[in-house]
Design a protein around this ligand. Structure first.
Ligand SMILES: [Zn+2]
Length: 333
C-alpha cells in the first residue's frame, strides 16, 4: 500500500513488545470486539492505534498491527462507560443552565482554543527534533482549516490560537514513549493552563507512532493533551502523513471523537449517526471501500479514520455536534 519501508520496519521492530503489553493490559478489563474485515491481506499492514486504560489515551501509528488483531479499539464496555458519563454530564448541565444542550448545532466557530506547543528535542538540530516555528504555525493553520470546514467538511465550533511555543531540550524525553514514566514526568513538568487549554507535545515518538491523545475527563488530568510526531506537521518528513492531519485527528479525540471504525459494523459504533459504520481502519486511500453491509461507503475521507493525509479532509455535522456538546460538558470554563 505504499508505506515507506523504513517506517514499516521501524514499526514492526517495535511492535512485538508493545502489542504484548497492550494485549495483556486489555485482557485484564475484558473482551476485545472481534474485528472483522474484508480488507486484502496487504491492508492488514496499516495504521494502528492503542488504548491505555489508565489514562484513556489513544495513539495513532503507521505500519504494523494486523487488522484482525487490533488492540487499539476501546472495548464495548469502555465506550458504554464513557457514554453514560457523557450523558450524565450533559443532563446535569442542561438542568443547571436551564436549556437543552443535547443536539446543539454548531454551525460557526464559537470557541477559540488556546494552544501551547511543547517542542521536545534532543538537541538544537532539526534531526534532534528542533523543528522551526513555521511548521508549528502551519499546523495551527491546518487545524483552523480542518475544523472550520474549509477543506470540505462540516464547520465545527472550534478555532485555534497559538499561545506559546516552549522548547525543551531533554534527551530522556526523546523519543516520547507512550505510557511511560518519562511521559508522565514530562507532562507533569510542562503542562500549562486549564481543561480548555490544548497542550501539544511534539517530538520523535516510540514504536513508529504518529501520535496519541487523551479523551476529556471530568477533572483535569495532568496527562491531558495530544502528542504528535513532529515530522507529521506540514513540511515534515513523514511521507503520506506530513500534511498535519495527525494533529487534526488527535485533537478530534481530545474533543471526544472516536474512530470511525470504533465498534466495527455492529452497535452504535463511534456514537455519531452520519459516519457510516466501518469494520476496520482504512489504509492509504481505498476509494469505494465498503466493509459493512449497512448503508454507506466507509468514511475513508474522515479525519477520524487512518487514511493518508492526502485522503482525509472532513468532519461530519454529527461529529461537530458531538464535539461542541463535549466541550460544554467537559472543557468549557
Ligand atoms: Zn486515533
Amino acid at each position: 500500500m505504499g508505506l515507506r519501508p523504513v517506517l514499516l520496519n521501524r514499526r514492526v521492530a517495535g511492535m512485538a513488545s508493545t502489542s504484548l503489553a497492550l494485549a495483556l493490559g486489555v485482557a485484564t478489563i475484558g473482551l476485545l470486539p472481534a474485528a472483522t474485515t474484508t480488507a486484502a491481506p496487504s491492508a492488514a499492514v496499516t495504521a494502528d492505534e492503542v488504548c491505555d486504560d489508565q489514562t484513556g489515551t489513544l495513539a495513532r501509528a503507521k505500519g504494523g498491527g494486523a487488522a484482525t488483531h487490533d488492540p487499539n479499539q476501546l472495548t464495548i464496555a469502555q465506550v458504554h462507560q464513557r457514554e453514560a458519563e457523557f450523558a450524565d454530564i450533559l443532563q446535569e448541565r442542561a438542568k443547571r443552565v436551564g436549556q437543552r444542550m443535547l443536539n446543539t448545532q454548531a454551525a460557526v466557530a464559537t470557541v477559540t482554543i488556546p494552544v501551547v506547543v511543547h517542542v521536545i528535542r534532543r538537541d538544537t538540530t532539526r534531526a534532534g527534533g528542533n523543528i522551526p516555528d513555521s511548521m508549528i504555525q502551519s499546523q495551527i493553520s491546518v487545524l483552523n482549516q480542518s475544523f472550520s470546514g474549509a477543506t470540505g467538511g462540516a464547520a465545527t465550533a472550534f478555532a485555534f490560537q497559538l499561545q506559546s511555543i516552549n522548547r525543551v531540550t531533554n534527551s530522556s524525553w526523546y523519543p516520547i514513549r507512550q505510557g511511560s514514566t518519562a511521559e508522565r514526568q514530562m507532562k507533569t513538568q510542562l503542562r500549562q493552563g486549564t481543561k480548555s487549554t490544548l497542550n501539544v507535545y511534539l517530538g520523535a515518538l516510540s514504536n513508529g507512532l504518529l501520535g496519541w491523545a487523551t479523551f476529556p475527563q471530568r477533572s483535569l488530568n495532568v496527562m491531558d493533551g495530544v502528542v504528535v510526531l513532529s515530522e507529521s506537521l506540514p513540511g515534515g518528513t513523514a511521507t503520506n502523513y506530513n500534511q498535519g492531519d495527525t494533529g487534526t485527528h488527535e485533537v478530534g479525540h481530545w474533543l471526544n471523537l472516536y474512530h470511525t471504525f470504533q465498534g466495527g459494523c455492529s452497535g452504535s459504533g463511534d456514537q455519531v449517526a452520519d459516519t457510516p459504520a466501518e469494520a476496520s481502519p482504512a489504509s492509504g486511500c481505498p476509494t469505494g471501500r465498503d466493509t459493512c453491509s449497512s448503508s454507506g461507503l466507509d468514511p475513508i475521507t474522515n479525519f477520524m479514520d487512518y487514511s493518508y493525509d492526502s485522503c482525509m479532509y472532513q468532519f461530519t455535522s454529527g461529529q461537530a455536534t458531538r464535539m461542541i456538546n463535549a466541550w460544554n460538558a467537559y472543557r468549557a470554563a
